[in-house]
Design a protein around this ligand. Structure first.
Ligand code: AMP
Length: 403
């Protein structure tokens, strides 16, 4: 794996795919600049070597979310709103090209001096981006002598700027940025080199979103903890009464099949013994605690309860490798956050005792941040969908393109 450390960028123009897909408020103020900060080490390495930087990224889905009159909402999806924050964080002027492949952008990048930074407009304003169009990718490639991908969150897409563009660079002229390299190294450590026992904790709403990852983990994990809404499909499949809890009726056979295969492979699947149930999907709902096979009609499980928490904690504390994706309940509501919080604390404790813990996938990352435990786990991944596909055992096109 070649990283930016393997290249001296002196007098070189580096084309860097970053992930500046950041959230904004209505006045286009950035509400969370984590993704911009994550790209700074790679940018600074190039500048410190004496090179120049051309940055490209997507922002939202401009061609799918058109204005009411059917036109593209340039203002809403423009990366120009990122320029000031990036300049501030780098303490340097950042130039901006209002299109990513037009003559003006090529003129700007061709005349870039060492030490300068140019940000190209949103690659997704062109339909060639998501199509992985060869000609569009060739035009993007014009902007750099070297290609760097530091956008792990987009590495599962074979888009022009994340994958196809890499064809235009010789092996020695393309590499992983620091963020991308860290993501791949940490995910590989869990997938291919996990110290045992290895426990995967999976939660969230739907079995269907997680089935491929469960199937792959059956080959490598010792324990798979299943919590959150997806657990109720497993109880229903085994003949339990789950009331109005979330169930995917068309996934019952699949759930039984997973349990059977786990048994055959000697993988310990832990389902929550009890739940905090509610009479409506509302923080102010009436609640009680029941075992998961006897949830009354009209009630729904919205969090794991004491017995489940205790059992899960015991398994987590004896693990040497932990992968966590998905909350244990509706943690966005204060009355149903206890299960997720307890599991986050247990993962932090196990980490303090020497386990390696990787937390990834949108909502579990939001959870460790909410409970201020992000610093207490080994690694928090920035790649939601990309990380899931990695653990499904798929080759990520954005990673393969650099090898
Ligand atoms: P996912 O994106 O599949 O990881 O799902 C995350 C979402 O699952 C969060 O918004 C949680 O509120 C939701 N969730 C977790 N547990 C439950 C549950 N028992 N019932 C309904 N939704 C849940």
């Amino acid at each position: 794996m070649q990283t930016v450390d393997s290249i001296n960028f002196n007098n070189k123009r580096a084309l860097v795919r970053v992930d500046f897909n950041v959230p904004f408020d209505k006045q286009f103020n950035i509400t969370d600049d984590t993704r911009i900060k994550a790209a700074l080490p790679t940018i600074n390495k190039i500048l410190n070597d004496g090179g120049s930087v051309v940055l490209m990224s997507h922002l939202g889905r401009p061609l799918k979310k058109l204005k009411d009159d059917g036109t593209v909402d340039i203002e809403k999806f423009s990366l120009k709103h990122v320029v000031d924050r990036l300049s501030f964080l780098l303490a340097k002027t950042v130039l901006f090209a209002p299109d990513c492949i037009d003559e003006n952008s090529k003129h700007l990048s061709a005349n870039l001096q060492n030490g300068q930074i140019l940000l190209l407009e949103n690659t997704r304003f062109h339909k060639g981006e998501e199509k992985g169009d060869e000609d569009f990718a060739a035009q993007l490639a014009y902007h750099g002598d070297v290609y760097i991908n530091d956008a792990f969150g987009s590495a599962h897409r074979a888009h022009a700027s994340t994958t196809i563009v890499a064809k235009h660079f010789a092996k020695e002229n393309k590499c992983f940025g620091y963020l991308m390299a860290a993501e791949v190294a940490n995910a590989n450590k869990v997938l291919h080199n996990a110290a045992k026992p290895f426990t995967a904790i999976l939660g969230g709403a739907k079995v269907s979103d997680k089935i491929l990852i469960i199937e792959n983990l059956l080959n490598i994990a010792d324990n798979i903890i299943i919590g959150g809404g997806m657990a109720y499909t497993f109880f229903k499949a085994q003949g339990g009464e789950v009331g109005n809890s979330l169930v995917e009726a068309d996934k019952l056979d699949l759930a039984l099949d997973v349990l059977q295969r786990a048994k055959e492979k000697g993988v310990n699947i832990l389902l929550p013994k009890d739940s905090v149930i509610a009479d409506k999907f509302d923080n102010a709902a009436n609640t009680q605690i029941t075992i998961n096979t006897a949830i009354p009609e009209g009630w729904m499980g919205l969090d794991i309860a004491h017995e489940a928490i205790q059992e899960f904690e015991t398994t987590i504390m004896t693990s040497k490798t932990i992968l966590w994706n998905g909350p244990m309940g509706v943690f966005e509501m204060d009355n149903f956050q206890n299960g997720t919080k307890s599991i986050a604390v247990a993962v932090a404790h196990a980490t303090a005792e020497g386990a390696f813990s990787l937390v990834g996938g949108g909502d579990s990352v939001a959870a460790v941040n909410k409970f201020e435990l992000a610093e207490k786990v080994s690694y928090v991944s920035t790649g939601g969908g990309a990380l899931l596909e990695f653990f499904e055992g798929k080759t990520l096109p954005g990673v393969a393109a650099l090898l």
